[in-house]
Design a protein around this ligand. Structure first.
Ligand code: HEM
Length: 337
């Protein structure tokens, strides 16, 4: 059997390299070993693959040869029912329940919501004023998640939930803070002032708020609302079963985790690159000028040059550089076909 090359440096250093300088580390390994190599990560010895064909095979071919092993880091943040850490039938069920909100007219509604929130945030800026793009984008994407996903507008719980979610997300803002998620030996509750103790208490308080909101919305279910929490409360699987409170909490946290910081970071990079390249700025402005006032969000979404700018931004500095690991199901390989 052909072996796969990989780093020989001590495992702890390999993990640190990946947490502290992920892009440089992956690039230097790829240069040295090509598009398949091994490295020690928080999940143990891991094979890294970067050839597009192999990636497509692993991630999209429904051949039941790979599973997404319950990721401990994720489970501690998002819960055991999060779509991001489910495999097989449970993953398929959850996707079916969650997919309807991401189609057709609903996408137009969310598009309008996103345009309004963005206009509102931009209206607070004045020409010539310096602003921190990432902070502004985080405010926009947090507001989008709170309204589109949680359906929170002016509820009294809104400001409490917003500040708890912001604190929670801050945990992943620097490699140093995020280390407590990657190194199990740092996960010891030694009181409210220690990092893990603080995290545990924050999470408990946030859960209480979320379960209270879920219970309140369940008791006064309004089928006309289009937010994703309402759609989850209304969703039924093939057996007519709805989602439990815990499943809903875990998927709410998943959408926040998957959708907030990713989009904020990508948008901040887009602003950076568009300003760094005057010819790109110029061409983009010309294309945007062809839009009518209050253009339909789906028309904005289809603009070709804007699409190219978004894709190039994500290509230069991908905000999600890795997928979650997949594990080979050995029985799928060795059982007779
Ligand atoms: C720039 C923005 C984004 C990037 C780069 C991105 C990237 C990714 C990647 C690479 C995965 C695959 C992870 C894996 O399977 O191992 C993923 C999954 C996922 N993302 Fe995003 N994402 C973005 C925005 C969003 C937004 C806005 C939402 C929702 C509000 C979202 C929700 C999800 C969910 C639910 C999954 C899991 C899907 C499943 O397991 O079937 N993402 N994303």
């Amino acid at each position: 059997m052909k072996s796969i090359n990989g780093s020989k440096i001590p495992p702890l250093f390999q993990k640190l390299q990946l947490v502290l300088a992920p892009l440089n580390t992956l690039e230097s390994y790829a240069k040295k070993y090509g598009d398949i190599f091994t490295m020690i990560t928080a999940s143990g010895e891991t094979v890294f693959v970067s050839s597009p064909q192999t990636l497509q095979e692993i991630l999209t071919k429904d051949n039941n040869e790979y599973e997404a092993p319950g990721n401990k880091i994720l489970q501690s943040m998002l819960g055991e029912y999060s779509m991001l850490s489910l495999s097989g039938d449970r993953h398929r069920r959850e996707r079916k329940l969650l997919m309807p909100p991401f189609h057709g007219d609903r996408m137009r509604n969310y598009g309008e919501l996103i345009c309004n929130i963005t206009k509102e945030a931009a209206s607070n800026l004045t020409v010539g004023q310096t602003f921190i793009a990432r902070k502004l984008m985080q405010e926009i994407t947090m507001q989008v998640i709170l309204q589109a996903v949680f359906g929170l507008y002016d509820s009294p719980r809104l400001s409490q939930i917003r500040s708890m979610l912001t604190d929670f997300i801050e945990l992943t803002a620097s490699p140093l803070r995020a280390s407590i998620l990657f190194f199990p030996w740092l996960q010891k509750d030694l009181g409210p002032w220690t990092p893990w103790g603080k995290y545990q208490r924050q999470q408990q308080k946030l859960n209480e708020l979320l379960y209270t909101e879920i219970a309140a919305r369940r008791s006064q279910l309004d089928p006309n609302r289009t937010d994703i929490l309402t759609l989850m409360l209304l969703a039924r699987d093939e057996e007519g079963q709805g989602m439990t409170d815990q499943e809903i909490r875990d998927e709410l946290m998943t959408l926040l985790f998957a959708g907030h910081e990713t989009t904020a970071t990508a948008l901040a990079w887009a602003v950076y690159w568009v300003h760094k390249q005057p010819q790109v700025y110029q061409k983009l402005m010309e294309e945007l000028a062809t839009l009518e006032t209050d253009a339909d969000p789906m028309t904005i979404f289809r603009l070709p040059y804007l699409t190219a700018v978004c894709q190039e931004t994500l290509r230069i500095y991908p905000v999600v550089i890795l997928t979650f690991p997949r594990r080979l199901i050995l029985s799928a390989i060795y059982s007779p076909r």
